[in-house]
Ligand binder design. Sequence first.
Ligand SMILES: [Zn+2]
Length: 346
Amino acid sequence: MKYPILCQIMPPDLLKQLLGQVPEEEKNIVLRTIIIDSKMRERRAIMGSMSSMFPLAGEKSICIFDSHNTKDVRSSTKVRCLNDDKADDLSANEAFHGLDVTYNFYENIFGRKSIDNNNMSIKGYVHWGDKYMNAFWDGAKMCYGDGDPNLGIKSFTASIDVMGHELTHGVTQYESGLEYWCDESHHPGALNESISDVFGSLIKQYALNQTAEQADWLIGQIFTDPNLALRNMREPGTARPNDPQPAHMRDYVNLPNDEDHDNGGVHINSSIPNKAFCLAAIDIGGYAWEKAGQIWYKALHGDIPTDCDFHTFAQLTLETSKLLFGNESREHRAVRKGWEAVGIRI
Ligand SMILES: [Zn+2]
């Protein structure tokens, strides 16, 4: 296992925007999330290393716990495990469904057994924190805040792609050494984020039985306004007001590589490989996980440099498409066209 990352689904720029918009008396709720998030990032190495302390399940194992609006996992109570009846709590049932579909997707489509491919037990903690406006996988468990509908943010258990996104960070952590930062000529963090968006979206499409053309390609519909999302893979920059994501390499957002600037814009520039995948999948047609998803999954297992740039990863997906489907096959050409459309010539 490589060094674990801690990704919270709400990008830091959005929490800062929200802080500027909410009424004075509500600012504390947003501020609390920002403070918890920065403390969590400091603790990521400790939390990630805890995963080895959890016993291997041996077979599929999913359990949901209720944290009763605290951050204390020891006082959390078990509410639903595999083969149990539905719980009385909507968040617990949504979280269970999302983790169950994510497990089934990876097993049925890629033959993968849980995050580590060794049936690591998957634990989810709902009602985590007090009106906490985020969700994250810390290397050992998935935690979901309730959000605050008064501030326009729903419970984070409502979006299946959020769970798929977060658990895929675990898969990436086991399969590649992609680091969590970006600069002008290295993009490992944005690739890491994009891989989570790609498989998060595929998991949603799998759950809804949608083809690439039918899919909405939205990530994180966590707002009470159903027209808003965190990211739009098909049309980056249109998911929400002030959406900072570029749709083309010429608009790459170059930011300092520090936590105040999203580690160099890992949640911002991820839209470039996101769009390349989306266009390739639509061009190939059918269910996106059957061909485009296979290409990306196999590429993830390839020889990816820890400081990989977009061009190197694009080349890897092109070679993989040729290997799986043949030279100048429809899939091979679609992958090349997808990358070219976002300004990456391979
Ligand atoms: Zn992420």
